[in-house]
Design a protein around this ligand. Sequence first.
Ligand code: GUN
Ligand code: ZN
Length: 426
Amino acid sequence: MKAYRAALLRFDEHQHPLYDADGLLVIGPDAHGRQVVRAAGTHADLAGRFPGVAVEDLRGLLIAPGFVDLHVHYPQTDVIGAPAAGLLPWLEHYTFPHESRFADKAYARGVADFFFDELARHGVTTALTFATSHPTSVDAAFEAAQARGLRFITGKVLQDRHSPDGVRDDTEQSLIDTEALIRRWHGVDRLGYAITPRFAPTSTSAQLHGAGELAARYTDVWIQSHVAENRDEVKWAAELFPASRSYLGVYDDFGLLRRRAVYAHCIHLDDGDRRLMAESGTAAAISPTSNLFLGSGFFDYQAADAAGMGYGLASDVGGGTSFSPFHTMLAAYYVGREGHTKPGLSLTPAQLWWQHTAGAARALDLEGVVGNLQPGCEADFVVLNPKATPLLERKTAQAENLDELLFALIVLGDDRLVARTVIGGR
Ligand code: GUN
Ligand code: ZN
């Protein structure tokens, strides 16, 4: 066992922040030998209960749950900042040509290693990640994540039409490959598999049908895709699937909405779609830096809350512009904000932080496993230095309550704030 003395942030089951200015976090092995939180609270309450346990003194620093990125593309690490008129030209001119390189496993592993180093530098300890259509890209990512002991989810992209040579896959082989990868990787160490149709326009009905069959057979495997990101894309989906009630309805028709299904963007939905999300247990991955960069639109928090939809925050690199959870939380604040230009609401800093930790974990059906520091949670956390820059030091010293402290970190924070990232207690 080991303990850390620092300020400590975690969340209760009602999404409320719990903050101990002089806290203690005790970690140790569970029955399976996995490093988990054994106790969390004030130093005054807990110190006497763990005599003989070594305490690392981190007073002046803040320990918080490792961030969970609910939607990101590791193969798009080098696509960040590619300008385009909108989503579809961006895919055609930058993303598809770049992703074709991931047929080469050594190349894929090199990018995966860089990607995981970057996540750690930014305090992200779990990610639901797209690979590419090449099974080698999945093996490369899982091998790199396994070496780091990460809780990590990815899957082979399914895209058997409207895709250029080099990334387009074959319907039957793509489903055979998906099942083989599920059997090879799902549940190994902390790794999980996600069935990954790119989006409805690049899959035939046969491929979506096969994906739905696999989703029904492997019920604890995740599903990830994109939906209702951009108006041109929504129009295209309606032309390709005229029998479905909506774009989201296409996925419903093929059995791809359920618990452990996560759809990126969810911007141009109607209330029927939002009810369908809530009733099926499907969650939205809100990707604000991507939506602003690609000019896609604004996630409607008010309508999502009214429907009872689950959601969490995501970088969506390379449509997104940053791996930093602080940048993503700030962009979510801008996107959600009510004002003279659009309806919305004013998200509190604790709500933003929850959406990128415990909320994202709940969206993954991993509540109590990652994204929090309550007893039993896996020991993935960040140590933040509120004095990392002169302005952070000045601003956080003036904070009179938790909201002011968290807002200063969200607005001014980036990778310099992350003093240490601990994964599985290491
Ligand atoms: N829709 C289909 N593919 C993609 C992708 O790679 N990024 C984003 N942002 N949207 C998509
Ligand atoms: Zn995406």
